[in-house]
Design a protein around this ligand. Structure first.
Ligand code: SAM
Length: 284
């Protein structure tokens, strides 16, 4: 779908009262098929496989751990994987919106029962080991001091403002155990390019902040931070990066912006185009 149609719809929805806007946004996502739970499970499983491979190398085990997920999304796929395959004790999953529904959990349970009949025999509703905190800002309602082993986020940090990223990481210093770790998977690319192939994954770098703020809405907020800026936030809030990964395109595509905004001029092309970021952090 050309981003301009999608954008116009988002602009209209953003003008509605929050509940109404959210209702139509959910309906729209359903209608355009972005809520295919089978695909969610496949993608999240793949990403967690990458993470577990690295974790093994770093001697990190999730067994009996308490995991906080930031950005629950549409269904508890990540919590199921942490509990049932990585043997975590509990997952507390936070989202500033409310996307889970009884029906979607039922649908997800059926997918897991069919895919993994051994591990998912008696699953009914959301298991007690998973606590969902919808409409909850972790900055204002953090977990108890020193109670958390891991923080996990996937495709969420890019949707959080730099100020809030600072606050979340400062607060996590308190609720993480001394040995606790944060694992972030970040997609820093222009998400409009996923559905509009005329745009490159870096299209939004041409805009100044004011222009970009006129294009984006609360439904598709993207902070456009580049790789070094994430590292800067982590280091300034008291962490060291013990693992990092990123990929880069094999060649710069023809539709890469002819001119990027001054805000991004100081970055190298590798830093500008770094994608599929993975970070593992621990306290300094
Ligand atoms: C693109 S979805 C990713 C969901 C899921 N992690 C996944 O990988 O499919 C981003 C999610 O982060 C949530 N989110 C955005 N800002 C947040 C914040 N400050 N705290 C918690 N959740 C947030 C959104 O409501 C949305 O559910």
């Amino acid at each position: 779908m050309k981003y301009i149609y999608r954008q116009t719809l988002f602009k209209i929805l953003a003008k509605l009262p929050i509940n109404l806007g959210d209702f139509f946004y959910h309906s729209l996502q359903k209608a355009i098929g972005s809520l295919d739970l089978n695909k969610f499970v496949e993608r999240q499983q793949k990403d967690l496989e990458k993470v577990t491979k690295v974790a093994e190398k770093l001697n990190i085990s999730f067994e009996n751990s308490t995991v906080v997920e930031i950005g629950s999304g549409w269904a508890p796929v990540t919590p199921y994987i942490f509990i049932h395959f990585l043997k975590a004790l509990r997952v507390l999953t936070y989202d500033i919106n409310e996307h889970y529904s009884q029906n979607r959990i039922k649908e997800l349970n059926n997918i897991f029962i069919n895919k993994f009949p051994k591990e998912f025999k008696n699953i009914n509703g959301l298991p007690d080991s998973i606590r969902y905190f919808p409409n909850t800002d972790i900055i204002k309602n953090p977990p108890k001091s020193g109670s958390v082993d891991f923080v996990y986020s996937r495709n969420v940090l890019e949707h959080i403002s730099p100020n809030n990223l600072f606050s979340i990481h400062k607060i996590a210093i308190d609720f993480l155990k001394p040995n606790g770790k944060l694992i972030h998977l970040v997609s820093p690319s222009d998400h409009r390019a996923y559905s509009d192939k005329t745009l490159s994954l870096w299209d939004f770098l041409q805009y100044g902040q004011g222009q970009w703020d006129r294009i984006q809405t609360r439904f598709d907020y993207h902070n456009r931070l580049r790789l070094p800026q994430y590292i800067d936030i982590f280091e300034k809030t008291g962490y060291k990066v013990i693992y990092k990964f990123h990929d880069n395109p094999s060649e710069i595509p023809k539709n890469f912006p002819k001119k990027i905004d001054d805000e991004f001029e100081s970055f190298s092309i590798e830093e500008l185009t770094a994608g599929s970021l993975i970070f593992i952090l621990e306290k300094n």
